[in-house]
Design a binder for this molecule. Sequence first.
Ligand code: G3P
Ligand code: MG
Length: 245
Amino acid sequence: MKVIAHRGASGYAPENTLKAFKLAVEMGAKDFEFDVHRTKDGILVVHHDYDLKRTAGKDVKIADLDYAELKKYNVAAHFKRDKLVQHVPLLEEVLDIIEPAADRLHFEVKNDGNVYPGIEERLLAFIESRPGLFGKAVVSSFDHGTLKRFRALSPRLKLAYLGHGLSTMLLLPAIKKARAVGASGFHMALRLAFKLNVSRLRKAGFEVRIYTVNLKKDALRMKRIGVDGIFSNCPDILGNWTLKG
Ligand code: G3P
Ligand code: MG
């Protein structure tokens, strides 16, 4: 079972910052997840929320700011143990750090209601512009329209369905939607990660990955029930990785 560094090593450093990604690499992570947005002037950046209220304590939206403005804010302000200034990183800065170490890169595109029109073309062009990246990339989104647009643009890009508001009852319709876009992965919340659901998804041919798993007992349970990967803020959750250096 893969342990995927969720927003970098975000249990130990401010999420989705260069510090968190560097630390994840130092901890030996091989698989990474991060959230992609687009600034007003069309730059791809990495941050979880659509605005900076939670991370920087500022009521501003990424979609409304040029990157030169956005990078002035300290998105480590919320992280109690280390508030040293960290900026919203460019997607390419993040990739420069993690790509050499990576087996698999999970690009989660935040595009609810198509708030960033054209982000699909831009991200696909970015992925195709870096040698070797296409084969390592998996694109997911809570926004199904976004996945459909990616599939229309590229028949070969690996996509993962990202379950939103799912329940066991809704698993079958979700499987149909995931198949309709040719998803190879199915990403689902921990609260639904029971043996029966996981088995159904694996029988349907999906790689099943579960978010967000931060307790070792849950990680071990995921391994037992045959999950392919867990998104974790703690890349060392299974205790078999050590800090290098
Ligand atoms: O991509 C898996 C997981 O990150 C989805 O939820 O809200 O942490 O982006 P969220
Ligand atoms: Mg995410």
